[in-house]
Design a protein around this ligand. Structure first.
Ligand code: P6P
Length: 330
């Protein structure tokens, strides 16, 4: 990893401009310059704001619950609601997003008429960990708006149709991992200048690593195949690492290798994690970095979504480690 220096200092905006992405929409009066770069830039801006809020949370008392529950019956944290709101507004002003979907909203929000993209987000994944200062993150998935007459339909495309995906991780440093479909790039927020700086271009996940990441407290809920895999892993000296924030567990897996699992269980036959704004974007990142992402029976990115908040089981990470899991599912 080449540390940034004055000679090779590349900001996110400069990196995006160099990718020659879709430019602004055709000249139309009153339309702000849009394009995919502007969409990613808007998410980065929201990420900076959320990072600040999280840093100051205990001081500004935005911790804790608003008292509401979201459609999944999960208690909404104040920061969940704030993060969702700032992402929506940052994307609205860029005028090229037709519809916005979020884990925190029952229904999608129509934004710009004629917008060329749809964005689906988990505004603050792992938010219950904020109270104990554990890493959390914003996950995003960008698709083309292929149904201008009814943009919400564009949200239900298979993950292989994503044009961009990534996350902002609010940890010991604020990291932004993005893919535009031609590799994975890692940026770190320089707190002194308020810029995301490129620190690793073309990131590759290690081929193998004897680390698995799963909540083994659910052992009694696991099927025989998964128990067989875990028994094999225990016999082969694997280490367990589980943070309980998917973004943090996946970030470690991308950088160090290993396998992350949130499987189907008796009490959750579809697993817990959502397809559109958690598993699809993270699966795209992992595949673009040379890894694999499956449900145990099919490739995540080939799933035809049925509905906005659909859940799927997920096994993702180093190719050799995902294969080791799937060998027990065949
Ligand atoms: P469990 C956080 O609530 C989350 O959605 C993911 O970030 C995380 O991987 C998972 O749930 C943790 O779930 O059941 O292990 O607490």
């Amino acid at each position: 990893m080449t540390p940034p220096s004055l000679e090779n200092l590349t900001t996110l905006r400069a990196h995006l401009d160099a990718q020659k992405l879709d430019g602004p929409p055709p000249d139309e009066p009153g339309r702000d310059p849009g394009g995919l770069a502007a969409v990613i830039d808007a998410i980065a801006l929201a990420g900076k704001w959320i990072a600040h809020k999280i840093r100051a949370a205990r001081i500004e008392d935005v911790l804790g619950e608003v008292g509401d529950v979201n459609l999944h019956g999960e208690h909404q944290q104040k920061l969940d609601v704030l993060s969702d709101r700032v992402l929506l507004e940052c994307l609205r002003v860029r005028r090229d997003v037709a519809v916005y979907a979020s884990e925190e909203r029952d229904e999608p929000v129509r934004l710009s008429e004629g917008g060329r993209y749809t964005v689906a987000v988990d505004p603050l994944d792992g938010s219950s960990n904020v109270d104990v200062a554990v890493s959390v993150g914003t996950i995003f998935s960008v698709m083309r708006n292929v149904a201008p007459d009814e943009p919400s339909r564009s949200l239900l495309q298979r993950g292989s149709r994503q044009v961009a995906a990534g996350y902002v991780l609010y940890g010991s440093s604020v990291c932004m991992m993005i893919t535009l479909g031609n590799g994975v790039d890692l940026f770190v927020l320089d707190p002194d200048h308020g810029e995301f700086v490129l620190v690793q271009k073309g990131l590759r996940i290690p081929e193998s690593k004897a680390v698995y990441s799963i909540n083994e407290a659910y052992w009694n809920e696991f099927g025989d195949e998964l128990r067989s895999y875990l028994g094999w892993a225990h016999d082969n000296g694997y280490a367990g690492r589980y943070i309980g924030s998917m973004v943090a567990d996946v970030h470690r897996t991308l950088l160090k290798g290993g396998v992350f699992l949130y499987p189907a269980m008796r009490k959750a036959p579809e697993g817990k994690l959502r397809l559109l704004y958690e598993c699809n974007p993270l699966a795209m990142l992992v595949e673009q970095a040379g890894g694999s992402a499956a449900t145990g029976h099919e490739r995540i990115l080939e799933i035809e979504p049925r509905e906005l908040h659909q859940r799927v089981p997920v096994v993702l990470g180093s190719p050799a480690e995902v294969d080791a899991v799937l060998r027990h599912f065949r």
